[in-house]
Design a protein around this ligand. Structure first.
Ligand code: FES
Length: 145
C-alpha cells in the first residue's frame, strides 16, 4: 500500500461527506445502448436529479445529510427505466422520471421513507426494508467536528 495515495484519497473524501452517515443514489443514464428508456430521457432525469439535490441544499459540503449521487451507465434491469437504486437500504426504483425522482429525493433520500409505488426490489435485511416505512431519522445529522 502506498500511504501517500491512501492519504490523498482520504483527504479528497472529506469535503464530499464520505464517511458520514449518508444515502447514495445510482441512476442508470446515458447507456451506450439505451434499453430501459430513451437515452435523452435518461440524461434529462440525471440533470434533474443533480439540480434537485442542489436546490434542496443536499449537494454541498454544508448539507445536513450526506447524499451521494452516481451516474451508472446501466444497472442491468434494462426495462421500465430510468432505473435507480438507493443505498444503504438497497431499494430499486423504476420509471425514474423527474417527477418520480422528486419523490425519491424528498421521501427517501431525505425522509427515509421508501416510495412504495415505484419500488420493485429491496434488500431484505436492513431495518428500513423490514417495514414499508423507514424512520425519518434513518440518516442522522452528524455532530459538528
Ligand atoms: S439501460 Fe437502464 S438498466 Fe440497463
Amino acid at each position: 500500500m502506498d500511504p501517500q495515495r491512501h492519504e490523498l484519497a482520504a483527504h479528497a473524501a472529506i469535503p464530499l461527506g464520505i464517511g458520514r452517515p449518508a444515502r447514495h443514489i445510482f441512476l442508470c443514464c446515458d447507456a451506450t445502448e439505451a434499453k430501459c428508456c430513451d437515452r435523452a430521457a435518461s440524461l434529462a432525469a440525471w440533470e434533474h436529479l443533480k439540480r434537485r439535490l442542489k436546490e434542496r441544499g443536499l449537494s454541498g459540503t454544508s448539507a445536513p445529510v450526506a447524499i451521494h449521487r452516481s451516474k451508472a451507465a446501466c444497472l442491468r434491469i434494462c426495462t421500465a427505466g430510468p432505473i435507480a437504486v438507493v443505498y444503504p437500504e438497497g431499494v430499486w426504483y423504476h420509471s425514474c422520471t423527474p417527477e418520480v425522482l422528486d419523490l425519491i429525493v424528498d421521501q427517501h433520500l431525505v425522509g427515509g421513507r421508501i416510495v412504495e409505488e415505484y419500488a420493485f426490489a429491496r434488500m431484505p435485511s436492513t431495518p428500513a426494508t423490514r417495514s414499508s416505512e423507514a424512520s425519518p431519522e434513518a440518516v442522522p445529522v452528524p455532530p459538528e467536528p
